[in-house]
Design a protein around this ligand. Structure first.
Ligand SMILES: NC(=O)c1ccc[n+]([C@@H]2O[C@H](COP(=O)([O-])OP(=O)(O)OC[C@H]3O[C@@H](n4cnc5c(N)ncnc54)[C@H](OP(=O)(O)O)[C@@H]3O)[C@@H](O)[C@H]2O)c1
Length: 271
């Protein structure tokens, strides 16, 4: 990683922030973006190895400018990590369609835009395009229709791109973390598009973003294809392939148990 140029979207919090710190610890140079520049600047100080930029990845122009400015600053891009993402928790029955559109715009289109503008440099440098997906990209999760759709779309995009790049020396990898401690559930969208403002999980019992980042950075160095990062995630992916209707029931049960689960609306006791 020494002197490699690593571009990371959504680096002010959680996994993106941990990835940037891990890249710097491995002597890489980083270009980082988020919508809230002050939050980014509170963690990272701009300097010889760090470039900070305010960008909303749901806007093509912001992505184009971010990637261009990062290249001007460092001369090239070796690795792009499409990390910026948001989540949701609401039944499809109740959610405003604008929430699903916003999730697709950030989680899917944000990755497409950044990849489009970074790809020529990545191919030239035989680099890596990486994206943070989710188990929800293999197995649709209730209360997360828009999130699941965005991650399925992201994985389809990445798989097709990987195949296109097979003979170029550039590589493509996506990661499916399990539940990882971060801000994602606090800011996840409720049915009306507001942030739900709390997490239904005990965040201190989850994998840390730092552990997640180490696994991801190792996998980028080793040019792995895909990393499903937890045993529960691996089991879910395989169970869903082999016994899909059994997986429906297990996944339903799991998410019904979550505090405040929207699935209660449809459960037999109607609570
Ligand atoms: N944590 C988990 O359990 C988990 C599990 C599976 C997958 N993931 C995936 O991991 C990735 C990172 O999530 P996280 O858990 O680290 O969440 P997080 O703590 O909420 O961090 C999200 C980061 O993305 C940025 N961001 C959000 N929308 C953006 C936009 N439109 N443009 C630019 N930056 C944007 C945020 O900064 P601003 O708000 O300032 O823009 C923040 O820096 C996501 O793709 C998520 O789907 C997370």
């Amino acid at each position: 990683m020494k002197d490699k140029i690593i571009v990371i979207t959504g680096a002010s919090s959680g996994i993106g922030k941990a990835l940037a710190l891990e890249a710097l610890a491995r002597n890489a140079k980083v270009a980082l973006c988020a919508r809230n520049l002050e939050k980014l600047q509170a963690v990272f100080r701009e300097g010889a190895t760090i470039f900070l930029y305010k960008a909303d990845v749901s806007k093509e122009e912001d992505c184009k400018n971010f990637i261009e400015k990062a290249q001007q600053r460092f001369g090239k891009i070796d690795v792009l990590i499409n990390n910026a993402g948001i989540s949701m928790r609401a039944l499809f029955d109740e959610v405003q369609l604008s929430v699903i559109k916003e999730l697709m715009d950030i989680n899917f289109w944000g990755a497409v835009y950044c990849t489009k503008y970074a790809l020529p440099s990545i191919i030239k440098n035989k680099g890596v395009v990486a994206s943070i997906s989710s188990i929800a990209g293999y197995r649709g999760l209730p209360g997360r229709t828009g999130y699941s759709a965005s991650k399925f779309a992201l994985q389809g995009f990445m798989e097709a791109l990987r195949t296109e790049l097979l003979k170029t020396g550039a590589s493509v990898v996506w990661f499916c973390p399990g539940f990882t401690a971060s801000n994602i559930r606090n800011v996840a969208k409720a049915a009306d598009g507001t942030s739900q403002g709390e997490t239904p999980l005990a965040e201190n019992k989850l994998m840390t973003a730092e552990t997640s980042a180490k696994i991801m950075m190792d996998a980028i160095e080793q040019r792995k294809r895909t990393v499903v990062m937890t045993t529960q995630g691996k089991l879910t992916v395989w169970l869903n392939k082999l016994f899909p209707s059994f997986a429906d029931k297990l996944v339903y049960k799991h998410f019904l148990k979550e505090p405040g689960s929207p699935l209660h609306k449809y459960s037999s006791n109607g609570a």
